[in-house]
Design a protein around this ligand. Structure first.
Ligand SMILES: NC(=O)c1ccc[n+]([C@@H]2O[C@H](COP(=O)([O-])OP(=O)(O)OC[C@H]3O[C@@H](n4cnc5c(N)ncnc54)[C@H](O)[C@@H]3O)[C@@H](O)[C@H]2O)c1
Length: 433
């Protein structure tokens, strides 16, 4: 065990890796940021200024960093989905341990290549399954591990992606088109939930997957009469439209700002007028949602069978009023149910006492104090994950949420198989896929 801070290089100085790197500010004795690699000069300079990184530790890409003698213990890899594996392979070969964003790969083939290289190089790769670290899901997992509901027969999870999140991410934004980002909506949005299914059934492999879904709503044929190409330029119905760019991004100037105002990054605090001009000109977030280049689904259902005969379903629905995630586990002795955003978990036990059917116990994390530190990204999961990464590299005890790369493969395999099952209208058998 080392008592020195883990040293790390930020690779992909975007909004996710900067968030993880901020752990080093609160915990300088645990993590020190010593380098940055990003093709965008402005982002390199901003990070270098924030962490006082000397010029010789600025790199234009992961590949350039990997070609230099090893200069840190680890890398925080927050590049986009399709860059995860191509950037990680040379870094693993150069001897870096990795904190790697999800989805860890964009295909089953890429995923296996990463797993092989990780095993061959003997490095540690921790995937950012941040929901595992949120007190809500950690508590559910503890209940399952402690046998609170006996053997798990069935798990039902949902993710409802709000209308504004759907539009910014999957209609107008970075994950709207498979040729562009090479991830499906299921993999980029719900690989967390599929990981949770696999985690709750830890040690039992998923065996078969079926899936249905489509892009039902955000299609040109659903365009209302009077709609234009850009909300603030040629749309006659903008003031009545639920997807008006003005309502989403100007009336809520901070919502999704790291995506929408990306092209205004060179201006320290863009004014409302500058933002409006950008939405009118070439900002992709100013486009009509019925005239975008989106080809990903807006909803998808996944059914999974596990090797022990148990089953699970996950329903992803985009365009909802309230963003939410839910989980319901049914076991041989009882059930666990909860909505992530409510931070309340209901545990029901079969009760055969006269006059009784079941007993109910409510775990309210708001009241038990377990929400300490849980207000940050993903219910507090983001920075708890960094803490486990640091502890892993320092040889210190880790939380029950900590995964090995092998653990992460099960949830990702469900996702890749589900997309194949949906496209081919088939049941995919994971053992033979
Ligand atoms: N864990 C979560 O819950 C969660 C939430 C949101 C996003 N994500 C994932 O985080 C990842 C990053 O998303 P983001 O919005 O922060 O991305 P971003 O676009 O803000 O940042 C990516 C950065 O990578 C840089 N880059 C590109 N090629 C590079 C290379 N070869 N070497 C080094 N840097 C390179 C880009 O210039 C950019 O600055 C995505 O995969 C996304 O799916 C995860």
């Amino acid at each position: 065990m080392s008592d020195k801070p883990v040293t790390a290089v930020i690779v992909g100085a975007g909004h996710r890796s900067l968030h993880y790197a901020s752990y080093s500010i609160a915990h300088p004795d645990e993590l020190k940021i010593v380098g940055v690699a990003d093709p965008v000069a402005r982002r390199r300079e901003q990070v270098a200024a924030k962490y006082q990184i000397p010029r010789q530790h600025w790199f234009e890409s992961a590949e350039e960093l990997a070609n230099q003698p090893k200069m840190a213990d680890a890398v925080i890899n927050g590049t986009m989905d399709h860059h995860h594996v191509p950037t990680s392979l040379p870094l693993l070969r150069a001897g870096y341990d990795l904190l790697l964003e999800k989805p860890l790969a964009t295909s089953e083939t890429e995923m296996r290549e990463l797993a092989r290289t990780t095993a061959d190089t003997g490095r540690t790769v921790l995937i950012c399954h941040v929901l595992r670290y949120a007190p809500f899901y950690r508590t559910v997992r503890e209940l399952v591990m402690n046998g609170a509901i006996g053997d798990v027969i069935n798990i039902q999870t949902t993710e409802h992606v709000s209308y504004h999140h759907m539009a910014v991410g999957f209609v107008r934004g970075k994950w709207n088109n498979k040729d562009k980002c090479r991830s499906s909506m299921l993999m980029s949005k719900c690989c967390h939930d599929l990981d949770l299914l696999a985690w709750m059934k830890s040690g039992i492999s998923p065996s078969s997957v079926a899936s249905f879904g489509s892009n039902m709503y955000f299609r040109p044929e659903n365009m209302p009469e009077g709609a234009g190409y850009r909300c603030l330029v040629d749309c006659e119905i903008e003031s009545n439209c639920l997807y008006s760019a003005r309502k989403h991004y100007l009336d809520h100037p901070d919502r999704w700002s790291f995506y929408v105002w990306d092209t205004l990054e060179h201006i320290e605090r863009p004014s409302l007028a500058q933002k409006e001009a950008s939405l009118k000109a070439d900002n992709p977030y100013g486009r009509c949602v019925w005239r975008c280049d989106n080809d990903v689904v807006d909803h998808q259902s996944v059914a999974v069978a596990f090797a022990d005969g148990s089953t699970a379903t996950h329903n992803m629905v985009g365009g909802t009023a309230r963003p939410s995630r839910s989980i319901h586990l049914l076991g041989t002795k009882g059930e666990i149910q909860g909505v992530f955003e409510d931070s309340r978990i209901i545990v029901r036990h079969i009760d055969t006492a006269p006059g009784c059917e079941y007993t109910e116990e409510i775990i309210d994390l708001n009241e038990t104090g377990d929400m300490h530190g849980a207000t940050g990204g993903h219910g507090g999961g983001d920075l708890r994950l960094v803490s486990d990464f640091v502890n892993t590299l320092r040889g210190l005890p880790r939380s029950i949420s900590c995964t090995s790369l092998d653990d992460s493969l099960a949830g990702h395999s469900i996702g890749f198989s589900a997309d194949r099952a949906m496209e081919e209208h088939a049941v995919v058998n994971l053992e033979h896929s």
